[in-house]
Design a protein around this ligand. Structure first.
Ligand code: GTP
Ligand code: MG
Length: 204
């Protein structure tokens, strides 16, 4: 496919990622301006690289004229939270909005992947405006804690380094590290709850 055609396809996704990043960043500001704790710590977004789209299409036997429908993560938003409890709050915030329509959800926090990967995934429909009129796109939203993100980032770069051949002893250390992440997230939530309890008893 010509680069010009790729630009035409990917341009709306660039817009969607930019708009959604602005909107989620604004949610953080709204919380802070109201003196509320923000369940969102940080927001990142990206449009999938053409080479990665081609690779995925080839791997999943997706014809080029079906990539927009079948590849759900051309536009990707990642929402990072401080605590596990925040993740559900973000999911609810997304469900309440009328500018995003949830297509599907995957809860890899309750159901951790065999790799040790944890995150909450949502595919949403999001409409942008183009010269040719409105266009509804799919966007993948990944919601995870700082600790889950730490694990996923390193595991991803090791996957990349080893391609398909990650040595078994590395694999098993990563799943061990994933268990440590679960404990870390739990401990942080306990610390937070203790602090909140202490604050509440001071207020009385
Ligand atoms: P893919 O995008 O091809 O994986 O489609 P899928 O239908 O298997 O979706 P899935 O929800 O499993 O994964 C979507 C995205 O989640 C991936 O593109 C990654 O960003 C992330 N992800 C899933 N599994 C892992 C994992 O084991 N390690 C890391 N680091 N990220 C993962
Ligand atoms: Mg996958």
């Amino acid at each position: 496919m010509e680069i010009q055609l790729w630009r035409e396809i990917l341009n709306p996704y660039e817009l969607a990622v930019e708009e959604l990043t602005v909107k989620f960043d604004h949610l953080v500001r709204e919380h802070k301006a109201s003196g509320l704790y923000s369940p969102i710590e940080q927001v990142d977004g990206r449009v999938k690289a053409i080479s990665s789209i081609l690779e995925k299409a080839q791997k999943k036997h997706i014809p080029l004229d079906e990539i927009e429908e079948k590849i759900e993560d051309i536009a990707g938003i990642r929402i990072i939270c401080q605590f596990v409890e925040d993740i559900n709050k973000v999911v609810e915030l997304i469900k309440q909005r009328n500018d995003m329509e949830v297509k599907s959800e995957k809860d890899y926090i309750t159901n951790m992947k065999s790799s040790g990967y944890r995150s909450y995934h949502m595919i949403v429909y999001y409409q942008i405006q183009t010269l040719k009129g409105p266009k509804k796109l799919q966007v993948e939203i990944q919601i995870r804690t700082l600790a889950m993100n730490f694990w996923a980032t390193i595991e991803h770069s090791l996957q990349y380094k080893y391609k398909k051949n990650m040595p078994e002893h590395i694999r098993s250390r990563l799943t061990g590290a994933a268990d440590a992440i679960i404990l870390l997230d739990k401990e942080m939530s306990l610390v937070r709850n203790e602090i909140m309890d202490a604050q509440n008893s001071f207020q009385i």
